[in-house]
Write a protein that binds this ligand. Structure first.
Ligand SMILES: Cc1cc2nc3c(=O)[nH]c(=O)nc-3n(C[C@H](O)[C@H](O)[C@H](O)COP(=O)(O)OP(=O)(O)OC[C@H]3O[C@@H](n4cnc5c(N)ncnc54)[C@H](O)[C@@H]3O)c2cc1C
Length: 445
């Protein structure tokens, strides 16, 4: 295989992982990252931000040989625990026995990926912001944060792994027939914290993702290795209960005491965190094409940023790496075909997960508090356990399988129609586990 000189913009989760895949194939890879080296600079001091990693992500990490190392610092979350306003807790398993999604530290994972990339010979340059590219010549321009100096870099191929506000994509957006859309949803988010107990244990059940579903908004909490939980409040920017109406310390306490009463005693720094941490927005980005000849290609959030409600943004970006690896095996030195097949394979699937992620927001913030919804999930699970080859719940297809997202989406729609009829059966709550319900589902399949 011909050795390529490859420039990667962005040493985030996807850029770092894809670089390992490229270096393992023998290519000469250099990453340019806008920020300082997170492993040296204490840029996330005192703050642990975590992510849910699931099967698609694990597969891609295993492909780079780093799965076992990450598993040691990942906390399995086997179920959702829903917190009602009156303090009642309801459990809902994510999958079958032994299945879980995993809480991992974003910074820790990113640092390990960078270490491994360097071990494989990838050069990582920090404080270098990509400003633009020349698409036909594969020349990228960078500006150094410290010196202000500009430089241009010639290579055979530029990969834009520079996130939702990609500079590489920004250049592509100004070319003919490039489709692009950016949509901010009306909710934003704010990170809050539940510290550990004095003995380092977790204040809430450790192996679970906690949700306080409240209709138009929700609070979630994911466990960290140090005994703390990182909480995220997903909240509208405007309206009666919204970021715009909570202005004072009293507002915060009154709102949280009314809405999340069991969480307040666990959050001693609630007010400081609320005002000290940023309010961030959530954006959905779609574009096409991702590739230009054999010279440029976008990956990860740069090409498909989605809302975080299915926990699939990073997982889908990591799946990009798996598929990119498969395309390298398949197309060898024919990079024009490789990049074209990559984008054609990924685009429908990343569009599907973008839609599914928005749909899951409604499920998390609203439906998880709805007994009818929980009953429906119970019926599906029972049926799926009995007929695993006939029915895999949508959540499992997305989270615990490698079925392409677009296929999972289509199958999920078919299941919705069936479940609509099943849930309309008289007295369904009393006979949910009966032969009659089972027969009905078999007849509708
Ligand atoms: C609140 C929230 C929760 C989330 N939770 C989950 C979850 O539980 N599970 C999950 O799978 N996903 C989750 N995601 C999504 C996930 O964070 C992203 O999908 C993932 O980070 C994308 O990785 P990336 O490498 O493509 O982009 P990024 O992680 O954004 O990395 C891009 C990198 O490029 C650098 N960069 C940017 N511009 C330039 C430039 N001009 N020049 C050079 N470098 C540049 C950046 O500094 C950064 O290092 C969540 C997202 C949010 C907002």
């Amino acid at each position: 295989m011909e050795k390529k000189n490859i420039t990667v913009a962005g040493a985030g989760l996807v850029g770092s992982l894809l670089s390992i895949y490229l270096a393992k194939k023998g290519h000469d890879v250099t990453i340019y990252e806008r920020r300082p080296d997170m492993r040296k600079a204490d840029i996330s001091a005192g703050k642990s931000i975590n992510l849910a990693l699931s099967d698609r992500g694990w597969k891609a990490l295993a492909g780079a040989g780093i799965g076992d190392e990450i598993k040691e610092v990942a906390i399995p979350m086997h179920k959702r625990v829903m917190h009602a306003v009156d303090g009642t807790l309801t459990d809902q398993a994510y999958g079958n026995e032994g299945q879980a999604i995993y809480s991992v530290s974003r910074g820790g994972l990113n640092a390990l990926l960078m270490d491994l990339a360097e071990k494989h010979g990838v050069k990582v340059n920090f404080d270098k912001r990509c400003t633009s590219i020349n698409m036909d010549e594969a020349i990228a321009s960078f500006k150094d944060y410290n010196t202000g100096e500009k430089e241009t870099v010639n290579s055979d191929l530029i990969l834009g792994a520079d996130g939702a506000f990609s500079a590489v994509r920004n250049t592509m957006q100004r070319t003919d027939r490039f489709n692009y859309s950016q949509e901010y949803i009306k909710h934003g988010y704010k990170e809050l914290n539940i510290p550990p107990n004095a003995d380092g244990t977790h204040k809430l059940e450790r192996n679970a993702l906690h949700i306080w579903p409240r209709g138009e908004f929700m609070l979630i909490a994911l466990p960290n290795m140090d005994g703390s939980f990182t909480c995220t409040l997903f909240f509208p920017f405007e309206g009666k209960d919204s970021f715009s109406t909570i202005k004072t310390e009293e507002d915060v306490l009154a709102f949280f005491n009314k809405t999340f009463p069991d969480a307040v005693p666990l959050m001693p720094t609630l007010v400081e965190d609320y005002f000290g941490n940023p309010t961030s927005s959530l954006v959905i980005i779609r574009c096409f094409p991702w590739a230009h000849q054999d010279k440029v290609c976008l990956v990860g959030d740069a090409s498909h940023a989605i809302v975080p409600f299915y926990g699939q943004g990073m997982n889908s970006g990591f799946e990009d790496c798996t598929i990119f690896g498969e395309m390298m095996d398949k197309y060898g030195d024919d990079w024009t075909t490789l990049l074209d097949e990559f984008q054609k394979e990924r685009k429908p699937n990343t569009d599907a997960i973008a839609d599914l992620a928005m749909r899951n927001f409604v499920e998390m913030r609203d439906l998880t508090a709805d007994p009818t919804f929980l009953l429906q999930k119970k019926i599906e699970k029972r049926f799926s356990n009995k007929y695993p080859d006939k029915w895999l719940p949508l959540y499992s297809m997305v989270t615990f399988s490698h079925i392409p997202y677009a296929e999972a989406h289509a199958e999920g729609k078919r299941q919705d129609k069936i479940m609509e009829e099943v849930m309309a059966m008289p007295n369904i709550a009393d006979k949910w586990d009966s032969q009659e319900v089972e027969d009905k589902m078999l007849s509708l399949l």
